[in-house]
Design a binder for this molecule. Structure first.
Ligand SMILES: [Zn+2]
Length: 115
């Protein structure tokens, strides 16, 4: 998924919410992105602002929450929140753990203007 695809995906979700709420303007959008996704957030910001021009989300800030990467220990089976890098197990210290999440992309909430 590229920054443009993500921006379009978010705008589609905004469209649906705005339509359902008969909203004319969206004031803020929050999304969550898994820690294994490699987006250029500055580029995403520009791309989103560009794509939103002339829509209900024109000028709405896009806030991104980075989600932790869930990791699974190959030795003891413990799961814990880590990062995209292979860090040792927090339970047994085994040096190798595999990522089991961190690819998520979801829209958390969309704030609409009532007026
Ligand atoms: Zn372990």
């Amino acid at each position: 998924m590229t920054e443009r695809e993500l921006a379009n995906h978010v705008l589609e979700a905004i469209d649906r919410v705005a339509y359902r709420n008969a909203a004319h303007h969206v004031s803020r959008v929050r999304i969550a992105v898994g820690g294994r996704r490699h987006f250029d957030f500055e580029l995403l910001d520009h791309t989103f602002a560009d794509a939103a021009r002339g829509t209900v989300a024109d000028g709405a800030p896009l806030m991104v929450k980075l989600l932790p990467v869930g990791r699974h220990c190959l030795r003891c089976g413990a799961t814990f929140d880590g990062s995209a890098r292979d860090l040792g197990c927090s339970a047994c210290g085994h040096p190798h753990t595999e990522a089991v999440s961190g690819e998520e992309v979801k829209v958390l909430d969309i704030e609409v203007d009532e007026s």
